[in-house]
Ligand binder design. Sequence first.
Ligand code: 13P
Length: 248
Amino acid sequence: MARQFFVGGNFKANGTKSSITQIVENLNTQDLPKEVEVVVCPPSLYIDLVVKENKQPTVQVGAQNVFNKPCGAFTGELCAEQILDAGAKWTLTGHSERRTIIKESDEFIAEKTKYALDHGLSVILCIGETLEERKSGITLQVCARQLDAVSKIVSDWSKVVVAYEPVWAIGTGLAATPDDAQETHKEIREHLVKTIGKDQAEATRILYGGSVNGKNAVEFKDKPDIDGFLVGGASLKPEFVNIIKSRL
Ligand code: 13P
């Protein structure tokens, strides 16, 4: 079964009303391929702005984080119901910056993922190993552990996209080679076959993230298990469009 090419843009804690409006206006003027699913994730303050400014039918909006409980007395958090109310349909969970800096656990991330899915959001679930873990040869074990926490409590993966983002490649300008990324994506998919079943594993999109840019995106074109990208820095720049078009 062909998996639809997917490009996510994670703005992280970057941008202002003015710069984010410009990014969306630039996307609005582009002739984007209809067959590519695009999701941009601005800082939560600007979700409403992006939803209102976006004119591209293939571009959807996502949050960068979500809480594992309904709206209530959780100061500083953002609940799934509010994300949907603002017009966003997606959220990221498990980004490595939240795993490493904010110290979110696999279990907490799994709970957020489940809560978001149960309440109607689609989820880009981020996984990936640190440099030390890669050097110790435990890349797949780390990814498997992060995935297993979710598959333990989520059985329907039809609204989950996995983003494999090796921590050492994020924001470093040092992307994984297409061959290395393909190898890990293949292993991730083989692991998913064992945990969520062959059909779901084959239907689940696995994105690569980490220093993807307008130039190198095309190098991943022929890799059968790389179904798209999750882009940080370059999603704030006009070259994001080249990444969206990199499979044409
Ligand atoms: P960069 O593309 O800036 O390396 O970031 C990747 C990322 O973390 C996307 O979520």
